[in-house]
Structures are given as structure tokens and as C-alpha cells.
Design a protein around this ligand. Structure first.
Ligand code: FPP
Length: 246
């Protein structure tokens, strides 16, 4: 059944994060190589970006490549990196046309220089766009991000730029890659796996979680709307009672 466009004006999550999973299994089911799944995954990326922008999501973070993904076979890593570079090139004009700003989080220096170059060009060119932020997690590990934040904060304490008593939640927030972004409201994972896989551990503290069996290359605009409709039915209590949040 087709899911109609969710109510545009009310209760749209500000920040949606997506663990795009199942490319390999999708390809295997079709008797193809894993990279065939990744190539088809790009179409689902496009659909999801369009759907999110259309309903007024403000930040869309996509888990495109984890720090652990570097351990995959060399050929697969190469394909993913070249897909990233070519997608950035191909989608650049569409991002501009739709007023979407590109950002990236993760250990970007580990990316091949070509991908880094494409990424920086699109980030700079779209910096003034303000309809939606498309945030790509690349060579990203949430634990590494937290370690990095602790190191930065510790240095400031040692240099007397910060006192231990003044370290609070905002201090940690301000030292994460996502420092200028709101916390995640809604986390979607495709492919039936129900785990977080080292993604935005701090930022999802109060996110609603959504798991679907759909494999990433099959994930369509309708699937995204269906997920959003589920989010809209959830009651976010942040530790309080239903009566208190009314
Ligand atoms: C997970 O499926 C998917 C990835 C590790 C990569 C996601 C990349 C893309 C969708 C293409 C390029 C991205 C952009 C942003 C242009 P998997 O390989 O882990 O699948 P499996 O669990 O079935 O093996």
C-alpha cells in the first residue's frame, strides 16, 4: 500500500540519521557481486535526500562509510570511494538547485585525495544553502569521535583554558564533529539488523529508533514516509510521564 506524504506541518523530525544497510545481501539475492548493491544503493540515497527535503527535515545524516569498513576487501573499498566521488560530482547541481548544504563528519583525512577534493568542493560551494543539511558520515566511528573530543577537552584543561568544574554536556557537544547540529530525533536502519554499529552514540541519546527489513537499494521515498509516519505516532517523553508532556 502506498504511504501518502506525511502531514507537512506537524511533528517532522528535525534531524534524521540513517544506517544504510543491506547492499551486499541485495546483490547476493540477485546473484551479483556486492558492488552491484552499492551502485544501486546510490539511487536510494537520492530518493531519501529528496523525500527528507520535501517534508522539511532540517538535517539528514547518512552513514556512508564507517571506520571499520576500511577492513573490507580492497576492491570493494575502492568501488565505494569512487562511487562517493562520482556521486558528489553527479549530484552537485541537484544539491544546489534544491538549496541543500553538504557537510561531512569523520576522519576525512583517511579518504583518497580525489574523494577529499570532490567533497571539499561541494561543501564549499553549498555552504550558504539553507533548506536542509545533508551530513555524510565518512570514515566515521562514534567512539573515535568521543575519544577525540576528550583529548581536545583535556588539552584545554591542561593549558588552563578550561576548568574541570565547567565541563558539562555542552562542552562535550561542542567538541564533537556534530557540534553545530541538533541531536538526532529519528534513527532509521535498513536490512533487518537491529544495532547501532558505532554511529552517533552521544547524539542519539533520546532518538526514536526505527528498524525495517527493507534492504537499502530497495528503500524508496514511500519507505521513508512510512518511517516518518511511525515516528509521528511515537510519544517522546524524555524520562517524563505522558501527563507532563501534554
Ligand atoms: C551497507 O551495506 C552499505 C555501505 C557500507 C555503504 C553505503 C554506500 C552507498 C549506499 C553508496 C554511496 C554513498 C553515497 C553517500 C553516495 P552492506 O555492504 O553492509 O550490506 P550487507 O550488510 O548486506 O553486506
Amino acid at each position: 500500500m502506498d504511504q501518502s506524504l506525511p502531514e507537512l506541518s506537524s511533528n517532522i523530525p528535525n534531524h534524521v540519521a540513517v544506517i544504510m544497510d543491506g547492499n551486499g545481501r541485495w546483490a547476493k539475492k540477485k546473484g551479483k557481486m556486492r558492488v552491484f548493491g552499492h551502485r544501486n544503493g546510490v539511487k536510494a540515497v537520492r530518493q531519501t535526500i529528496e523525500a527528507a527535503a520535501e517534508i522539511g527535515v532540517k538535517v539528514l545524516t547518512l552513514y556512508a562509510f564507517s571506520s571499520e569498513n576500511w577492513k573490507r576487501p580492497r576492491k570493494e573499498v575502492e568501488t565505494l570511494m569512487s562511487l562517493l566521488a562520482s556521486s558528489l560530482r553527479n549530484e552537485f547541481s541537484s544539491l544546489q538547485k534544491n538549496n541543500i548544504q553538504l557537510r561531512a563528519i569523520g576522519d576525512l583525512e583517511n579518504l583518497p585525495s580525489k574523494a577529499q577534493k570532490e567533497l571539499q568542493e561541494v561543501i564549499e560551494a553549498t555552504a550558504q544553502n539553507d533548506r536542509m543539511i545533508l551530513n555524510l558520515a565518512l570514515s566515521y566511528s562514534s567512539q573515535a569521535e568521543i575519544v577525540r573530543a576528550v583529548q581536545c577537552i583535556s588539552k584545554k584543561v591542561v593549558n588552563n583554558e578550561l576548568s574541570i568544574e565547567n565541563i558539562d554536556k555542552n562542552t562535550i557537544n561542542n567538541h564533537l564533529y556534530t557540534f553545530s547540529l541538533p541531536d538526532v530525533d529519528f534513527l532509521i536502519r535498513t536490512s533487518g539488523e537491529q544495532r547501532i554499529s558505532n554511529f552517533l552514540l552521544w547524539q542519539i541519546a533520546y532518538a526514536e529508533l526505527y528498524f525495517t527489513d527493507t534492504l537499502w537499494p530497495d528503500f524508496s521515498k514511500n519507505d521513508f514516509y512510512e518511517a516518518i509516519a511511525t515516528y509521528q505516532k511515537r510519544e517522546r517523553r524524555y524520562g517524563q510521564t505522558s501527563e507532563q508532556i501534554l
